[in-house]
Design a protein around this ligand. Sequence first.
Ligand code: NAP
Length: 497
Amino acid sequence: MQTAQVSGSSTAFIIFGVTGDLTQRKLIPALYELNRTGRLPQPFCVIGFARRDWDDAEMQRNMQAAVVQFARNQPVDAAALQTLLKSMHYVRASFDDGTGYQSLCSLFADLKIENRLYYLATPPEAYPTIIKRLGDAQLEQCTSGWTRVVIEKPYGTNLASAQALDKAVHGVFQEDQVYRIDHYLGKETVQNILVFRFANGIFDPLWNRHHVDHIQITVSETVGVGSRAGYYETAGVIRDIFQNHLLQLLTLTAMETPVAFNADAVRNEKVKVLQSLRPLNGQDVLNNTYRAQYMAGTIDGKRIPGYKEEVGVNPDSTTETYLAARLFVDNWRWAGVPIYIRSGKALPVRATEISIQFKQVPLSLFNWRNLAGDAPNVLAISIQPHEGITLTFGAKAPGPINTIEPVSMNFDYVKTFASEPPEAYERLILDSLVGDATLFTRSDEVLAAWKYTTAILDGWAAQPVSHLPVYEAGTWGPPGADDFIGREGRAWRQLGP
Ligand SMILES: NC(=O)c1ccc[n+]([C@@H]2O[C@H](COP(=O)([O-])OP(=O)(O)OC[C@H]3O[C@@H](n4cnc5c(N)ncnc54)[C@H](OP(=O)(O)O)[C@@H]3O)[C@@H](O)[C@H]2O)c1
C-alpha cells in the first residue's frame, strides 16, 4: 500500500454520519490502522458530523471503543490510537442545518485545513442535502488544497434516481472530485484479477470465446435479512448485490487491457463492458433471470426464520432473496459466452467466487473412467472468505486402472504472503486521500450499471408474479435454480466444504 504523506499541508477527514454503524465498524478502525502504519498524511484530523448530543470528548470515547472492538490487529497500539483520537473534533448538527456547515468553516480556519475529504456515511437520502449545503457554504473547494467527496453505496435505486443524484453531485463537485465507493473493489483478490490477467502473459490468449465455455460469478451469504428487512424489502438481491458488486466483478473479469494502469484508462474499459451487455427487454428478462425467496431452515445448526417471518416484510412480498441471471457481453472477445450470475441470502456457505470454465478438449482421446467430468479445466478466483486462485485440471490417478481425476493448483493469499489481506476500507480510504480513483466507480459506469439493471426491474414490473418459488434456508435455492442453468447442459459450481 502506498502512503499519503505527500503534501505537508493539513488534511481533514470529515465523516458525515460519524455516530453510525459504518463509521464505527469500518472507517475509524481503518483510519487507526493507516495511522498505526504511518500512512496518513500529516497534519491530519478527523471531524465527525451528526445530530447526536456528543462533543469532542464523547466522540473520542466512542471512537476509542470502536477501535478496541474492531481493529483487525490486536492488541491495539495505544500511541497510534491516542494520536488519532487527539485529532478528532465533533460538529453537532442536522444535515439540513446551515449552522453545522458554518461550524465546519470555523474549524477549517482554526485548524488551517487545506485538504478536505468529505465522507458521506449517511442514509442515502441525505446525500443531496449534504452536497447542496456544502455548495451553499462554498465548501466544495479550497484555493490552497484539494477537496474530495466519498459517496457510499447505494448510489440511487434505479437509473432515474441515480441520474438525479448525479445531477445534484455535479451541481457542486467536479467529477474528478467524486469517489463512489464499492468496498468490493478494495479487496485484494479483486485487484488481483487485474494483476493475474494483465501481469501474466499466459492467460490472455485463453481469455476469450475460443477457449472459455462460460463464466459463473457467485456471491452467496449465509445470513438472512435479519434487522435489515425494512431496507431489503425495497432492494432485493438486484439492488443490494447485483447492480454494484456483481456487475463490478463482471467488468474486471471481462474488460479489455487498459492503455495504462490509471483511473481513467481502467474505468474506460470497465464502462465498455457494461455498455456491451446485451440489453434485456420484455420476455427476455423472464427468460434470463430466476428469482426465489427463502423459507425457514437451518444453517450451521442455527434456525433462520423465513423471509416472510421477518419484521418489516410484507406477507405478500415478491422481493427476491435469490437471483440467478444469464448475461452476454456482446463484443468480439465474449460473443456467445454465457455469464451466469447467482446471489442469495440464507444459502449454505458464505462465498464470493468467479469461475472461468474452459471448453472441453476437441476430441476425447482417453477412453478411461473420467472423474473430472466433461469440463475439467476451471479457474476459480475466490474473493471471500478465503482469498485465492485455484486452477483445476484432470490428472491420471496412480494405479493400473486408468482413471482421470480432477486435481488442482492453489494460490492461497494468507499462506503465500503469511498475512491477512488488509481491510478493503484501508485501501480505499488511502486511495481517496492520495487522489487515486482507479478503484472507485465513475459516473458513466454507475449509470451504465443502472441502465442494465433498471431494464430488468422494468421487465419484472411489467410481468408481475403473485409469489416467487421458495427454498429452504441453508440450501442452494429451489430446484428451478438448477434447471435455470441446467437447460443449457451446465451446472452450478459446488462451493463450500
Ligand atoms: N453499515 C455498513 O456496514 C455499511 C456497509 C456498506 C455501505 N453502507 C452505507 O453507509 C451508509 C451509512 O450506513 P450506516 O449503517 O452507518 O448507517 P447508520 O448506522 O444508520 O448511521 C447513519 C448516520 O447518519 C446520521 N444522520 C442520519 N440523519 C441525519 C441528519 N438528518 N442529520 C445529521 N445526522 C444524521 C446518524 O446520526 P445520528 O442519528 O446520531 O444523528 C448516523 O451517524 C449508508 O448509505 C449505507 O448504505 C453501510
